[in-house]
Design a protein. Structure first.
Ligand code: X5A
Ligand code: ZN
Length: 548
């Protein structure tokens, strides 16, 4: 059952602002929340969500991450004069205080905890907390980068403690490095922190050595910090998706979180004065969708940055559309990642190779994934000869197609793809139970191909005797709904109708559990196919060299 999407917001969080001149802080304005919430209302999205009240965080909540000294210091700020506030602010970087900010910071954290409580207790499936002040830069004993309390880091500690959650994934798609989150979990293997951020070889704020790709976490936590530095500005949709397909998603599926928290900053969208990136607001519909089949769908997004009010409002709406299960718009201009992004991608993958088996080129072919792409005309000529209307594809003609499918050769050539009508995926299996290799093929091969191909219909065919278990099949069905505006036609010849319908109706796929290393044959098969196809399909590239 689709359980609903929470929206947590309170106008009170608009009631603080910068009271003096500070060029570094002037973009963090109350209107950020006003326009975000306003756009959700105007688009009828707020009404479709379950509205949950905020609460004030308690001292105990705050102390899950922050020190007593820091909390006591912040507690005094409501009583300070303007001069005292300015003075207090000086000890931190790129942040400001206001007599009402402590109150708002307690509400921002309380809103975040309300969201995770409602998701963990199953009252809703997922949700968004629209909050100010943001959190991901604040550290144990310091405010930083407009952040007072680390909303998401505290939420991760809170769910571990209150619900005994074993693994939390934090995806920080804000354009700044959430160093506060990283510091909180650097030696903790139960929290996987992923962040991409504008870096420019340390020239960009917060200018930290520890934001680079080779900082991967410490001790038991080694491998559970993943930093993707952007060394150039103007990164686009392809760059973001490449990192998802080739780094974040394979690792996230291997990790198998019980909960996904998103540091949802939208300063990574086009037009933002901080990020200076070029990804369009609709990419957030896809980023959200791609995370929604992890953790059985338990996803909590918490606002961080986002300073171009128009881009921010649109991106927030795209995120909530996906949380509600609406089909994502076809992603615009996926021309493949730029060289700088590929360089970062390659560096991150090699830095993490020793921690994540999905990134090793090693690991019995249980599933064979065959990607078969036919043009509409090929289908029509071969299978629908008697169709009057040349654009009509009848169910019987499709069933005839499936019947003939098993005798088909596997075809995947560029010239068959120009008609852009069908992306036809055939999933065959030699009947075993290993999911790792299959998921690896879906994430590293099928999704990038599908996104770049940009079909207007996905035809998913399950042939008899496929050894794919229901939950793996549901993952596939769920993930493919990000393509073709969710237009998917599933043809099946065996009995897992219920799970399939559940997935088509928008339910999250159940978690697959932690994945072990994929069998070496699978890895080799996927790698070979990727190598062969990557010249034509830019989203399959994982290095900036022509041959890797
Ligand atoms: C939450 C967030 C940005 C701080 C930028 C300071 N903070 N130059 O986006
Ligand atoms: Zn930011």
């Amino acid at each position: 059952v689709n359980m609903g999407t929470a929206l947590i917001y309170d106008e009170e969080m608009t009631r603080y602002k910068l009271l003096w001149v500070d060029p570094a802080c002037k973009i963090e304005v109350p209107e950020r929340l006003v326009v975000s919430y306003g756009a959700l209302v105007e688009n009828g999205l707020a009404d479709r969500c379950v509205s949950i009240p905020v609460r004030e965080a308690t001292d105990a909540d705050i102390l899950l991450v922050h020190s007593e000294e820091y909390l006591e210091a912040v507690k005094k700020t409501p009583y300070m004069t303007l001069e005292e506030l300015k003075e207090f602010t000086l000890q931190y970087g790129d942040v400001y205080f206001h007599p009402n900010i402590y109150h708002c910071a307690k509400l921002a954290l309380g809103a975040t905890l309300q969201l995770v409580d409602n998701v963990m207790t199953g009252k809703v499936r997922n949700g968004l907390a629209l909050v100010r002040p943001p959190g991901h830069h604040s550290m144990r004993s310091a405010a930083s980068g407009f952040c007072i309390f680390n909303n998401v880091a505290i939420a991760a500690q809170y769910v571990k403690q209150k619900y005994g959650v074993k693994r939390v994934l934090i995806v920080d798609w804000d354009i700044h490095h959430g160093q506060g989150v990283q510091y909180s979990f650097e030696d903790d293997p139960s929290v996987l922190y992923f962040s991409w951020h504008r870096y420019e070889h340390q020239k960009f704020w917060p200018n930290l050595r520890e934001s680079d790709f080779d900082v991967v976490g410490k001790e038991k936590g080694a491998g559970s910090t993943i930093n993707v530095p952007w060394n150039k500005v103007k990164m686009q949709n392809s760059d973001y998706l490449s990192i998802f397909f080739h780094v974040l998603l394979p690792v996230a599926y291997e990790f198998s979180p019980d909960l996904v928290l998103v540091c949802a900053g939208f300063d990574s969208a086009i037009g933002d004065p901080e990020g200076e990136m070029c990804a369009t607001p609709d990419i957030f519909a896809h980023l959200t969708h791609l995370l929604m089949n992890l953790a059985g769908g338990k996803l909590c997004a918490v606002l961080e940055g986002g300073y171009n009010l128009k881009s921010l409002a649109q991106s927030v709406c795209q995120t909530v559309h996906s949380l509600l299960g609406d089909p994502a718009p076809r992603p615009a201009n996926l021309e493949g990642p730029c060289n700088s992004a590929l360089e970062s991608l390659q560096c991150v993958r090699s830095a993490h190779r020793k921690y994540w088996s999905c990134l090793k080129h090693a690991g019995s072919l249980k599933y064979t994934l065959i990607v078969n792409v036919l043009s509409f005309s090929t289908i029509r000529e071969n299978f629908i000869k008697d169709a009057d209307d040349k654009d009509a594809v009848t169910l019987s003609s499709l069933i005839a197609l499936v019947d003939k499918m098993e005798k088909n050769e596997v075809v995947l050539t560029r010239d068959l793809l120009y008609s852009n009508l069908f992306f036809y995926i055939s999933v065959l299996s030699q009947g075993c139970s290993d999911a790792s290799g299959f998921i690896q093929a879906v994430l590293g091969l099928l999704l990038p191909l599908g996104y770049e191909y940009d079909p207007s219909l996905v035809l998913l065919v399950q042939t008899p005797g496929s050894g794919i278990c229901d939950s793996v099949w549901q993952q596939l069905t769920g993930l493919l709904q990000g393509l073709a505006q969710g237009h998917i036609l599933v043809l099946m010849q065996r009995t897992c109708i219920d799970p399939t319908c559940s997935s088509l109706l928008g339910d999250a796929a159940p978690s697959l559990g932690q994945l072990h290393a994929a069998p070496p044959e699978d890895v080799e098969a996927v790698e070979n196919l990727r190598q062969r196809l990557k010249a034509d399909w830019k989203l399959l590239q994982t290095t900036d060299e022509p041959d890797d």
